[in-house]
Design a protein around this ligand. Structure first.
Ligand code: ADP
Ligand code: MG
Length: 273
């Protein structure tokens, strides 16, 4: 609901590829008195897919939450289009960034279509959302859940739920996508489908930050990979520069081998067995 006298929410403007749209600047977060993020700097530009990787507990979800403005920061700041997040109204923020949390809980028996329609809420505030139904149909089809549109969300399988939750995020049609392990529950075909549609969005000018555990998937689909370890970014750059045996073995506390794919040259990452 818009406060009386508050400025009307504005749809996001298109920016040139390469323009920094989201930035964490020296961000620190503590939870329960424990430092979780320590001085994180990360810039994300329009047109790029940035994969955020690192061991369990490294702080990936916390960082994604901070970038989204859902997790308050104790020090430093997060800027969207050069302005601190707390200067944006809730609706203006929702028009600019969409968030797929690691766990999506919907216990009420909403249909899949209802869940995806929730992604359109910010647009209703702008113009009553005449494009809503078409955006919902497109997102359902993109995530291969069109055939499940009338099913009750809580009855879906884990992978179907993950795709329906992603469809809600895509229906929001925001230029920044923050996706926390969107592929964790998916089969191989749907993993490729999800990263393919992330790429389609960046080709159209969006910026995507995606938390991934599968380093081969990150290598194949990300423009840049940021490696988070114990609350710090220890490496960030193009996949071939970041995915190195020594660095990964250190970060994951496990001997890791990186081999170039014989046909594509894309780094393949595997534990040394
Ligand atoms: P990741 O997504 O990289 O696996 P998270 O960002 O979810 O890691 O969590 C980072 C660390 O913060 C973990 O060790 C987790 O246990 C801890 N943590 C998360 N929430 C809290 C909390 N409310 N209180 C204390 N520690 C927390
Ligand atoms: Mg996480």
């Amino acid at each position: 609901m818009r406060r009386l006298g508050a400025p009307r929410p504005r749809p996001p403007e298109t920016v040139a590829a390469g323009t920094v749209v989201l930035a964490a600047r020296d961000v620190a977060v503590s939870l329960g008195g424990i430092p979780i993020l320590l001085g994180v700097d990360l810039e994300i530009a329009a047109g790029e897919v940035v994969a955020l990787v690192g061991p369990n507990g490294a702080g990936k979800s916390t960082l994604l939450g901070a970038l989204a403005g859902d997790q308050p920061v104790d020090a430093g700041r997060v800027e969207l289009d050069g302005r601190p997040l707390d200067e944006w109204s809730g609706t203006d923020l929702a028009l600019r960034r969409a968030v797929l949390p690691q766990a999506v809980t919907v216990s009420f028996p909403f249909s899949v279509r209802d869940v995806v329609e929730m992604g359109r809420a910010p647009w209703v505030a702008v113009d009553g959302d005449p494009d809503g139904a078409a955006a919902v149909d497109a997102a359902l089809a993109e995530c291969d859940v069109g055939h499940l549109a009338h099913r009750s969300y809580p009855t879906l399988s884990g992978g179907e739920r993950a795709r329906a939750a992603l469809a809600r995020v895509l229906a929001q049609a925001s230029p920044i996508l923050l996706l926390d392990e969107p592929t964790a529950a998916l089969d191989l075909h749907h993993q490729e489908l999800v990263l393919g549609l992330a790429r389609r969005r960046t080709d159209e000018g969006a910026a995507v930050v995606v938390v991934l555990h599968d380093l081969a998937l990150a290598a194949a689909h990300a423009d840049r990979i940021a490696v988070l370890s114990a609350g710090r970014i220890v490496a960030a750059g193009p996949p071939a520069a970041v995915l190195r045996d020594d660095l990964l073995s250190d970060v994951y506390h496990h001997r890791i081998e990186v081999i170039a794919h014989p046909r594509t040259g894309v780094p393949m990452v595997m534990p040394r067995r």
